[in-house]
Design a protein around this ligand. Sequence first.
Ligand code: G6P
Length: 612
Amino acid sequence: MCGIVGAVAERNVTGILLEGLKRLEYRGYDSAGLAIIDDQGQLQRRRAQGKVAEVEKRLDEQPLKGGLGVAHTRWATHGKPSEANAHPHFSSDELALVHNGIIENHEPLRRQLQAAGYAFTSETDTEVVAHLVHQLYQQAGDLTLAVQQALQQLEGAYALAVIHQQHPDRLVCARKGSPLVIGVGIGEHFCASDPLALLQVTDRFVYLEEGDLATLTLNEHHVINAAGAAVERPVSQWEHGNQAAEKGSYRHFMLKEIHEQPAVIAATLEGRLSDRRVLPQALGSAAMELLPKVRQVQIIACGTSFHAGMVARYWIERLAGLPCQVEVASEYRYRDVVVTPDTLFVTISQSGETADTLAALRFARTAGYLGSLAVCNVPGSSLVRESDLSLMTQAGPEIGVASTKAFTTQLTALLLLTLALRRAHHKTEEDALEAELVQALRELPRLSEQTLQLDAAIEQLAEDFAEKHHALFLGRGSQYPIAMEGALKLKEISYIHAEAYPAGELKHGPLALVDKDMPVIAVAPRDDLVDKLKSNLQEVRARGGELYVFADPETLLEPEPGMKVLHLPKVHDILAPILYTLPLQLLSYHVAVLKGTDVDQPRNLAKSVTVE
Ligand code: G6P
């Protein structure tokens, strides 16, 4: 999704902005650009449709040099991807603005500005804001004040950054509904929609809050809140290192992130387990007070995070004995929701900035829930800040658009939450099942490592898929969401149409599609439902379907004509959804590589969907 970078420094900032844009490429975009107040005090820009490399090419042909600038990667919402629609947008060739999000009242504002004589050169909602700030600046003579007044007229969500030729020493930026951080340097300041964009210049960040507006100069950053009052926001130190943004020896970020899973699962468990139980401090003391009051759980998320929520439902109902509902945020937020008393509202999000999930949380805070808990991977994110409680995953920055390590660490954290809920409701000091699961969790990093050794065998399987147009994924019980996640991964990065079904539903429709051209992938750990799953697989074989089964050796599923079987290490059936995710990730990765798609940045998709 759209990305913002801005800089004010004594040195030339063109390279810093360009590097920042490259670091934001992973979010998904379709055009890019930057604007600089150059050494002659003139506002200049270079923009291009397509990749940041195109902007770089233009800069090689016509270099720019200056100490103040803004840059942007655009993911089209209003107006097609084109150079004219790419940001920065200018007003009267003296003001430049970049914007993430959507301005909902852009049409009346556009008419009003056209009537005032402003000529529009793009189809974007952003250009409206550029002209509006310019118009107000003409009256106010102060850039910060002009932006502040403009924001009062805007409806919708935004993060934006503005520069003006008359003020070569200042960068004004603001956020409401889309993330924005200030990077604090020595005698220089930066802003970006994601701290990753600035790690090459600073590791100190100020996370702006909803409605904040900041003015950045070489030595100072002034923040005012939505009410217009000056506020101090804390400076945080980045603690994830810079190597997360590098691919290292891996061909793609996605492959690197798949192989990081044993380590990040271990990191997510670290300090949270004793020998026989989940430590009470794992979720914080406030959680320990809240969890015994919980009578029901409502989980909300989008995309891959939603699948993590679906697995958690099986766990929470089975292990904690509490009713649990799971829904995608974009549906939940527009439904007439009936809230039952003492329901805990849980959001799951890698980024903590997904617009629909955030909107759902904001609604929930007014709807009578017992409290809210975010399972999230980004500490300073909006979701974490706005929730009562948070349970952090320790996946480190995830760059590949298709989520991998964020998902398995979410599952790990959700199992900890489930066990904490279980303990809060079944107050026995000694809980044999909890002790068994704690032991199994401790073994999970090692088992994940072993499972990833199937890589070469899965790469071979992938060859069967490269020419296929469809695929069907089957699972039962808590493996059904894993089948859904497998299908999502395959369609996201290889563009093969894939669907997931609970295997018991096969004969109610999808069996009609099964033939030799429809590979069927099944996840078959050893659990209560495996014998039923085996019967479902027979139904596929009887119709000439090609089966690919990931199975526990004790299921006695063995390769035979029409059925390829890969065995995973033996794992506790409760934890099987985490382990069985890994081969499905590797399968979609290798199919995508064979098909030559853009694995880390699949077409039309964005890493963090910060617009509705
Ligand atoms: C986008 C990403 C997915 C992700 C989903 C939810 O669609 O491409 O990988 O699962 O957003 O994102 P979140 O950051 O809220 O987990």
